[in-house]
Design a protein around this ligand. Structure first.
Ligand code: HEC
Length: 196
């Protein structure tokens, strides 16, 4: 379990560099494609994104989608206020928003493709937003890292932007795989907090 945020960030940077090497082909449950590039089969969220779906790929496009406030729009459910990180989160003070597919999936159901969360990351004062994290489910079925697209940006630094690894060896999947595994890890199917 990675607890130290500096270790998390260092590992994530290394993984982000590796992700660039991965070639974009099809949207499969393996480690060979970057996400859901153009032409991926039906049953995957469109890479361009929409009001309910974070885009995949270019940081500029993802950042513009965030800045536009898309994740606070119609159908999204957001926590009312920033809260301290809930164990075992390394995210610091944060506020989580769930899109319709994520918010409306009744427990204990697995989340469908296109289910997404956006997390606002706050400075210790609880009012200044310092970054954003995104999780987007790419395929139906029980999760492994390759079913998730992860993005995190702190200030101007992109910590991670790409699909997780099937073996959950990337930093985000490695911890989110724990959701629902025991009493200390709430949630299910790689999602710790569902905002209903
Ligand atoms: C050591 C464990 C751990 C790591 C590593 C981690 N997270 Fe999380 N994450 C959590 C926990 C616990 C929560 C829910 C509680 C909280 O944030 O306070 C969470 C919440 C989230 C959420 C909101 C949806 C949810 O599952 O609750 C997103 C999105 C998210 N994390 C993205 C990421 C991304 C992207 C990375 C990799 C850069 C990452 N996380 C790394 C533990 C982790």
């Amino acid at each position: 379990m990675i607890k130290n945020i500096k270790t998390v960030l260092k590992t994530a940077t290394a993984i982000a560099a590796m992700a660039v090497v991965a070639s974009a082909s099809a949207c499969t449950d393996d480690d060979t494609d970057a996400g859901c590039p153009a032409g991926c089969p039906a049953g995957c969220p469109a890479p361009a994104g929409d009001a309910q779906t974070p885009p995949q790929g270019s940081d500029a496009v993802i950042s513009a989608w965030i800045t536009a406030g898309s994740y606070k729009g119609a159908g999204w459910k957001c926590e009312t206020a920033a809260h301290d990180a809930r164990s075992p989160s390394p995210h610091g003070k944060n506020r989580i928003c769930s899109n319709t597919k994520l918010a409306q999936t009744a427990a204990p159901g697995l989340y469908p493709f296109g289910a997404a969360s956006v997390k606002e990351l706050f400075a210790a004062d609880g009012t200044t937003i310092t970054g954003y994290a995104i999780g987007l489910k790419l395929n139906d079925g029980a999760s492994d890292g390759s079913k998730w697209y992860w993005y995190e940006k702190m200030g101007n630094s992109v910590v991670i932007n790409g699909k997780g690894a099937k073996a959950n060896t990337d930093v985000c999947s490695g911890c989110h795989a724990g959701a629902g595994t025991d009493a200390a890890h709430p949630g299910r199917d790689f999602v710790y907090t569902q905002v209903p």
